[in-house]
Design a binder for this molecule. Structure first.
Ligand code: SAM
Length: 259
């Protein structure tokens, strides 16, 4: 952890509450009935099986690097196992995503940033009846994800390959989304750009999840701007994720909650 992350984590702990400090019924219910319950064990096991297979995949692929580039990888030829370990969703986030999938029951889901398909698999396992669209720029990475989906019979996923700058606008034209998981380009301008575009595809009960809002000063600034956007009502900072709600019946309020 670098100093920025240590400082931002201490600030998070200082500001954070558990359910006792939450006075909004909507957020109280979310904490007690979703954040604080266990994820479905069969669904967790299904995710772990896919994660294990990817972690032991020693095949190497050549990567087209989008966004900020990698501070971890020195070369563009990378082992699938390493990509899954570095870029893939962690078990803690996967379990929370499964609980959120259960709680909100989203029918139309968009993931911005597929990588080798771990996060998408969680969304699919969590919501087998949903339509999931996931976006990835790197063709070879997308091929690995496609194989994961077909080997595991995750048939409710449409993977769109191409730069988000070209694919996102097109995908947003077709339908509103109930849940959008932002896990692609972790830079301020790009994040705000995707956020603003996605605002066109929300309804009153949509939820946005932003990964790694305290990953860098840049991402933290993007998060601060998202929080104050007039269309946004409730925001929740769980440190590793920022959640955004648009419920018009709700007065604008921000929560910092340990999960
Ligand atoms: C952190 S990974 C996604 C991890 C995945 N959501 C998961 O949970 O397992 C981000 C992915 O976004 C892709 N990406 C980043 N910027 C992009 C862009 N501008 N256009 C297309 N793909 C991009 C990268 O190639 C990378 O595979």
């Amino acid at each position: 952890m670098d100093w920025f992350k240590i400082r931002s984590f201490i600030a998070f702990l200082w500001a954070s509450k558990n359910r006792h400090g939450v006075h909004s019924p909507f957020v109280y219910d979310l904490v007690t009935k979703c954040f604080n319950v266990s994820a479905n064990p069969e669904k967790t096991a299904a995710f772990k099986k896919i994660q294990k297979a990817l972690f032991s995949n020693q095949h190497s692929i050549s990567i087209t690097d989008y966004g900020k580039g990698s501070s971890v990888f020195k070369s563009n030829v990378r082992k699938v196992s390493d990509i899954a370990k570095i870029a893939g969703i962690t078990p803690k986030k996967a379990k929370l995503l499964l609980r959120m999938a259960d709680y909100f029951n989203p029918k139309n889901i968009l993931e911005i940033g597929t990588s080798v398909g771990l996060g998408t698999s969680v969304l699919s396992i969590g919501n087998p009846d949903a339509q999931i669209v996931t976006l990835e720029g790197c063709k070879n990475t997308a091929e690995v994800a496609k194989a994961v989906f077909s080997q595991n019979h995750l048939n409710n996923i449409e993977l769109v390959v191409g730069n988000f700058n070209e694919t996102l606008a097109d995908v947003l034209k077709h339908q509103p989304f109930d849940l959008i998981y932002f896990d692609g380009n972790h830079q301020k301008e790009a994040t705000l750009n995707y956020f603003n575009q996605c605002l066109e595809a929300v309804h009153n009960n949509s939820v946005f999840i932003f990964d790694d809002i305290h990953w860098s000063p840049d991402m933290q600034m993007a998060w601060e701007e998202i929080k104050i956007h007039p269309k946004v009502s409730i925001t929740i900072d769980t440190y590793f994720w920022g959640m955004v709600f648009f419920r018009k019946e709700q007065e604008k309020q921000h929560f910092t909650i340990r999960v």
